[in-house]
Unconditional design. Structure first.
Length: 340
């Protein structure tokens, strides 16, 4: 292990020791589900958070999402949505938070580094509102596996089947946020993008996980394309991609997965342009894309599309809509654990 990763690992141990002996984490007066990663990069948390929130609504819960709003510039505690669409721009809230706000109705979404204070703000908002707003019965903490300041009832860890652990080294040499023994804290483990994994990968990952946590159930999930959505928010049938020549671009952590998804839908990708994760697009970027596309249909991700709202974009741009797909046993297990 290199010196930087060793120092990072030492800092993690000091932090863990602090929470074990000196620092008291806070508890909200409602149940908390945490959805997070052991690694850096895209494991499909946003579609998973959306899916869990939708299932919670079906089961009579009133969920509230607590997110740090990665890359969002809004300071302190900020309401991204009170249940009827984004209140902040992607630059203010972060692209993932705005994507959740677009996808979920009647679900409050709050951005804040301190997820406990964000949860209290949601409860206070319901109490002080002039209109009848029901207080949250359930909090879903987005990307919070390493956020120890807030106690949770269930920890769900997502592992990307196409790149589960990188080179198995701690940051910054590798993509591990914590060493493998941190998996012992998880109550449920989900191997995502299982449909895109090489043969035997899911079994191999499951075996690795069981070395560190043989109690948590392990589920496999896929992130399935369900259609396209254009800039006006109109849905387009997925089969419209079959045989079509397209220009695609993305600014996400795992562009190869997006590219593979398009090809599985039958699209012929003439050119694929990769931007850095959480790219903030400018009008110059869009003008270059339009020029390079040469009249081809342009397809991107929903996460990227939400960041283009304030720009002048071509009419022929759309986004591939992805949904988290998992066996119903996962939801039954999750909501049994939280007593719902």
């Amino acid at each position: 292990m290199g010196i930087l990763s060793a120092l990072y690992g030492l800092a993690l141990k000091c932090r863990e020791f602090g929470y074990d002996h000196f620092i008291k984490s806070s508890r909200l007066p409602a149940r908390v589900i945490c959805i997070g990663n052991l690694t850096l990069g895209g494991t499909g948390k946003t579609p998973a958070v959306i899916a869990v929130a939708q299932e919670a609504k079906k089961r009579g819960e009133n969920p509230c999402i607590l997110t740090r709003g990665y890359k969002g510039k809004a300071k302190d505690i900020s309401f991204v949505s009170r249940g009827d669409g984004p209140l902040l721009s992607p630059a203010e809230a972060g692209d993932e938070a705005c994507l959740m706000a677009n996808a979920l109705s009647r679900v409050t979404i709050i951005k804040g580094k301190d997820r406990f204070r964000a949860g209290i703000a949601a409860l206070d908002n319901a109490q002080l509102a002039i209109v009848n707003i029901q207080p949250p019965t359930l909090f879903i903490m987005d990307d919070g596996f390493q956020h120890w300041k807030l106690q949770r009832d269930v920890d769900i860890v997502l592992i990307d089947a196409t790149n589960p652990f990188g080179n198995e080294k701690l940051f910054p040499e590798g993509i591990l946020r914590e060493p493998f023994n941190a998996l012992d804290r998880a109550h449920i483990i989900v191997i995502t993008k299982a449909d895109m994994a090489v043969p035997g990968a899911v079994q191999s990952i499951t075996g690795k996980v069981k070395q560190y946590n043989d109690k948590a159930p392990v589920f496999s999930a896929s992130h399935k394309p369900t259609g396209l959505v254009n800039f006006a928010g109109e849905s387009i049938e997925l089969n419209s991609l079959r045989g079509k020549r397209i220009y695609a671009f993305s600014g996400i952590a795992n562009p190869a997965y997006f590219q593979s998804s398009l090809m599985k839908c039958g699209a012929h990708i003439v050119e694929f342009k990769k931007y850095r994760d959480h790219q903030i697009y400018t009008q110059t970027d869009i003008d270059e894309i339009k020029k390079e596309a040469l009249g081809l249909e342009i397809v991107t991700t929903e996460k990227d599309l939400v960041k283009l709202k304030e720009l002048k974009v071509p009419d022929n741009i759309s986004a591939l809509r992805i949904e988290f797909s998992i066996n119903s046993e996962f939801y039954d297990t999750l909501f049994h654990l939280i007593g719902s």
